[in-house]
Design a protein around this ligand. Structure first.
Ligand SMILES: Cc1cc2nc3c(=O)[nH]c(=O)nc-3n(C[C@H](O)[C@H](O)[C@H](O)COP(=O)(O)O)c2cc1C
Ligand code: SF4
Ligand code: SF4
Length: 434
């Protein structure tokens, strides 16, 4: 059996699945039930400074995007950090950690961008016996207007400064949680590293408005006829998160910086993809909020089974394995040629591939042959773009087939070369080097 136990920054957990800082980790009741279900660790819902807690709206705080089957694809929220008393949270964190010593207990913190505020809260958290802290520089709404959350995460100099304060004032490992609401994720990651952070976690939520009510003209979720932007998460953000994780993992300046991957993880496969792109573990929020804590069972068994099938013994056999295969466009092999192929036995003759290719691509799929409805690839026109594969409603009905070296590409009339050649070497490139 594959060993899926995780060691992230020296913090051990029975598996790499942690719940992200959010409602699932807001209180002892939730966290204990999550541990019972099998979660390897949690990042406790973000704590603020001592004093009266923040106040949330008393109406809807979520907006959503669904697929045609009403499956939740994206979730938007306008919730703030914890609205429970700091000392109640600290007491519960201590009790839960004591009861569940083998699970990772990370505490998320967001206090004003002043050294005194960080110095004040760090010993309180340390006293709970927590395994580490996560600095919330990510929330894009509510707290950012108060000079916290993403308003810190959008300024690399502030990230570096606060990370340094924390490293100077605690023995706990420091994870910096990054906001995706920035142009180039490498800069905040580098800043976190320069400030001495032990790791980064990403992504927090993406600034968003999910919909507008066309009767009241209020953005949703609507509070008394008005809406404000919220933070977007769930399956829809996974591609953005994967890219940002990969950017940090392959940046020569940060390629040794541990990463906790977050954003749309719903299945073991999503988790494996984050690990392959360099994440040391993953954090989950929306999937638990949609399906409940027991989804971790599928993650645990699915990841273990796949690792067994592939012969991966530990997570280290998987972590970062896809990073060398992430490259810039200019280095892709222009001599790699593929064509679409339709399996006539599984084709239901819906015509979607034809109309997509005919109207918006390369007019490379027939609709009628000899007076019969028939969908076939016209190889002389097919550029191999795979749009048809993506619009076909029948899985694996259209496949992309690589043309072997030496065969004739009927579109160009040229023989397929076996030599790797990219844009930097192409004669059409004005700055070509060969
Ligand atoms: C309702 C809600 C509240 C959240 N609150 C916090 C928070 O207090 N601190 C934080 O760092 N992230 C917070 N997040 C962001 C999540 O921790 C996570 O980064 C994000 O949802 C992406 O993961 P997912 O796609 O698995 O949901 C919150 C997310 C949601 C949906
Ligand atoms: S791969 Fe692209 S060009 Fe070829 S048939 Fe499909 S949609 Fe048309
Ligand atoms: S989209 Fe798929 S199922 Fe529909 S006609 Fe094309 S190949 Fe057949």
């Amino acid at each position: 059996m594959a060993d899926i136990s995780s060691n992230f920054l020296g913090i051990k957990s029975p598996n790499p699945f942690w719940l992200a800082s959010a409602p699932p980790t807001d209180k002892a009741y939730n966290v204990e039930r999550a541990f019972e279900a099998g979660w390897g660790g949690v990042v406790w819902k973000t704590l603020g400074e001592e004093g009266p807690p923040v106040v949330n709206v008393n109406g809807p705080r979520y907006g959503a995007i669904w697929g045609a089957d009403r499956r939740l694809l994206g979730l938007n929220n306008i919730e703030l950090i914890t609205d429970r008393d700091l000392y109640v949270n600290l007491r519960e964190i201590k009790e839960v950690k004591k009861k569940w010593p083998d699970r990772a207990m990370i505490v998320s913190i967001m206090v004003p961008c002043e050294e005194a505020a960080w110095k004040a809260i760090l010993p309180l958290v340390e006293e709970t016996g927590a395994d580490g802290i996560e600095l919330n520089f990510g929330c894009p709404h509510g707290m950012s207007e108060r000079g916290m959350g993403s308003s810190v995460g959008q300024v690399p100099e502030y990230i570096e400064m606060v990370a340094r304060w924390c490293k100077a004032n605690t023995r706990m490992p420091v994870i910096v949680k990054l906001t995706p609401n920035i142009t180039d994720i490498r800069y905040p990651a580098r800043a976190a590293q320069s400030g001495g952070a032990d790791a980064v976690s990403l992504i927090n939520t993406i600034s968003s408005i999910t919909s507008v009510n066309l009767d009241s003209f209020s953005p949703e979720p609507s509070i008394d006829g008005k809406g404000s932007h919220g933070g977007y998460c769930g399956p829809a953000v996974k591609p953005i998160a994967l890219n940002m994780v990969a950017e940090i993992a392959r940046d020569p300046e940060t390629n040794n910086l541990p990463i906790s991957g977050i954003g749309g993880v719903t299945t073991w496969r999503d988790a494996a993809e984050f690990l392959a792109l360099g994440a040391g573990n993953v954090q989950v929020c929306t999937a638990a909020m949609t399906y409940g804590f027991k989804i971790v069972e599928e993650m645990i068994t699915g990841l273990g089974n796949w690792m067994d099938e592939q012969g991966h013994k530990t997570l280290d056999d998987v972590i970062g394995r896809a990073v060398p295969n992430v490259t810039d466009w200019q280095y892709l092999n222009l001599n790699y040629v593929s064509k679409a192929k339709i399996n006539q036995d599984s084709c239901i003759k819906c015509g979607r591939c034809h109309i997509a290719c005919e109207d918006t691509s390369h007019q490379a799929i027939t609709s009628m042959i000899d007076g019969y409805r028939k969908f076939e690839i016209i190889e002389e026109e097919c550029v191999g773009c795979n749009l048809c594969v993506n619009v076909c409603p029948v899985e694996n009905c259209i496949t992309m087939e690589q043309l072997p070296a030496g065969s004739m590409d009927k579109r160009t009339g040229e023989s397929v070369s076996k030599v790797y050649a990219n844009w930097t070497q192409h004669p059409n490139n004005p700055s070509s080097v060969s």
